[in-house]
Design a protein around this ligand. Sequence first.
Ligand SMILES: Cc1cc2nc3c(=O)[nH]c(=O)nc-3n(C[C@H](O)[C@H](O)[C@H](O)COP(=O)(O)OP(=O)(O)OC[C@H]3O[C@@H](n4cnc5c(N)ncnc54)[C@H](O)[C@@H]3O)c2cc1C
Length: 376
Amino acid sequence: MIAALPSSTDVLIVGAGIAGASLAAALAPHRGVVMIEAEDMPGRHATGRSAAFWHESYGGAGVQPLSAASFAVLDNPPPEFSDRGFLLPRTALTLGRHDEASAVDAFVAEFSAKDVDVTRLAGAQVARKIPGLRPEWTEAAYEPACRDIDVGALHAAYLRAARRAGATVVTRAPLTAARRAGDGWEVQTGAGTIRAALIVNAAGAWADEVAAACGVTPLGIRPLRRTVLQLRLGVPVPADLPLVVHVGSEFYFKGESEGRIWLSPHDETPSPACDAAPDEIDVALAIDRLQSVVDWPIAMVERKWAGLRSFAPDRMPVFGADGREPAFIWCAGQGGVGIQTAPAISALLAAELGAPAPYGAIGAIDPASFAPTRFA
Ligand SMILES: Cc1cc2nc3c(=O)[nH]c(=O)nc-3n(C[C@H](O)[C@H](O)[C@H](O)COP(=O)(O)OP(=O)(O)OC[C@H]3O[C@@H](n4cnc5c(N)ncnc54)[C@H](O)[C@@H]3O)c2cc1C
């Protein structure tokens, strides 16, 4: 049954992807929460299209503390949240050609300094990790702590926890306009009108559009398209193949099941906020790049999809109260790490909104470096 839109709430969260759902779960035990979603179900956009990995160094040193702080909740959640963890075994290799040795060295130095478990490999040590690797790929950094994330289960657990704590989730309810009324907001949606003390903008690729519809100055959040292919190979590449990420950002791939991989050309094509679809040129580019790395014959492109990763101008997540409009809260710009950072971002933002960390302490992260006021 589709929930009806209540007439008022403390906090109105716009967007029911992983950002909105994780925050709703954290806030709902303490505040009245309504979450509105434009689509007919939560998770249709970036959250439902990810490559589903937790990779501590991914996204750069600035977001690494958020990924690290999220690990415990993802790996071993408290029983009141989930009776099982959301992580599955994986490892990671950051890979370079012979002439990219110094880039791999710099990568290892940067993340070792942040206590990431990363080991420098070269030559035969690299070849042993990837069957069929072409000879020029001799440089790598190995991270044993990488994991796959069961994104569907994690998103569903957040939605379940939010509803159990009293949050209302209303689908087919796009925010179309909002204006200040008294102490809060009067919000028009596709499912009716609602009053709210606070609006949280967790609208992913639409974050700037939602801000504009509320009369708030957009921050310059840019959606960039990212393509992923599932390939069936003509060789039995093992399912536990590491996540292999090019040190120069030209591709990543990981084992999906025996003889199958997920592959991305690491594309970042500017896009309007939309239902993103893969472009054939990116599919071809992905395959071309893969074939320069390994000698695997490709039997079939079994699936392909694209999604929008959204970035603030400095490519760091943005969460916290807007600088000019304190009743408008941003939770956007998670780029390519929105799943693996959701536990930390939701806990930090909930704390800022007066709710204690929901599933244990999240560590000493200063949320100031992620505040929207840095763009003032
Ligand atoms: C191909 C790809 C691979 C990725 N791989 C990984 C990975 O391996 N690990 C990782 O951690 N991250 C990964 N990411 C990034 C991750 O998917 C995102 O950072 C994360 O899903 C963002 O979540 P979100 O809730 O902000 O956005 P979304 O999931 O897009 O949710 C935003 C929601 O807001 C709704 N909405 C928009 N406008 C309105 C409105 N006006 N009113 C109401 N609702 C509205 C939308 O319908 C949407 O459901 C990947 C992303 C892509 C595209």
